[in-house]
Design a protein around this ligand. Structure first.
Ligand SMILES: Cc1cc2nc3c(=O)[nH]c(=O)nc-3n(C[C@H](O)[C@H](O)[C@H](O)COP(=O)(O)O)c2cc1C
Length: 189
């Protein structure tokens, strides 16, 4: 059975992004896969220092913080889901830090994300989620990963906590994304 890791990039631990990730993970769990949600949102953000340290100390970032805790979880996962609310039509800084820092660490570590499944999801009040999802997909696609789709783009129209559950199409999109991750995991195993 596969391992699915979801990273919540929202500082709201029980917000819309968390609920969206929960829907996807529930489908994966029901199919017998192991799941984990990692709370990145709200943690102190340090960007990539462009120091090249990850080329010398393989598998680690010189900045000793939560990104070094998260990286091995990503390496051990078969599927990685990055969830970010849309902030000013883009990612939260927590998810950008995950992308820049684990992206560089993994590339110096023998392309450790190669052929893993990658999916992004984004909660959005009104506009900008496509751009946020594009940013996440760029990360997956340069890292030799495989990106499943769904019946719509992986977003929910939601602002306040709990609004995601009332967005029927958003819920349907997350359920189908979960089904497609499970389908792909089984094909790849
Ligand atoms: C700093 C900030 C910037 C935001 N920028 C946008 C935006 O560009 N477009 C939009 O439709 N909603 C925007 N929102 C609203 C959030 O995307 C929306 O509330 C979302 O549901 C939050 O997800 P969460 O509950 O997982 O935190 C913004 C919210 C914050 C706090």
């Amino acid at each position: 059975m596969g391992k699915i890791l979801a990273v919540n990039g929202s500082p709201r631990v029980d917000g819309n992004t968390a609920e969206m990730l929960g829907t996807v993970l529930a489908v994966c769990e029901k199919a017998g896969h192991e799941t984990e949600i990692y709370q990145a949102g709200g943690k102190s953000v340090r960007g990539c220092l462009a120091c090249g340290g990850c080329g010398k100390h393989i598998g680690r970032c010189v900045t000793e913080d939560w990104v070094n805790e998260l990286y091995p979880k990503m390496v051990n996962a078969d599927a990685i889901i990055l969830g970010s609310p849309t902030y000013f039509a883009d990612l939260t800084p927590e998810i950008k830090a995950v992308i820049d820092r684990t992206g560089y660490i993994s590339r110096r570590d023998g392309m450790k994300f190669s052929r893993k499944i990658g999916a992004g999801v984004s909660a959005v009040r009104r506009a900008g989620s496509i751009h946020a999802l594009d940013s996440i997909n760029h990360f997956f696609l340069i890292n030799d990963m495989i990106v499943p789709g769904s019946s719509y783009w992986n977003m929910s129209l939601s602002r306040d906590k709990g609004e995601y559950e009332r967005d029927d199409e958003g819920v349907k999109t997350m359920l189908r994304l979960g089904e497609n991750i499970v389908w792909l995991l089984e094909k790849l195993s």
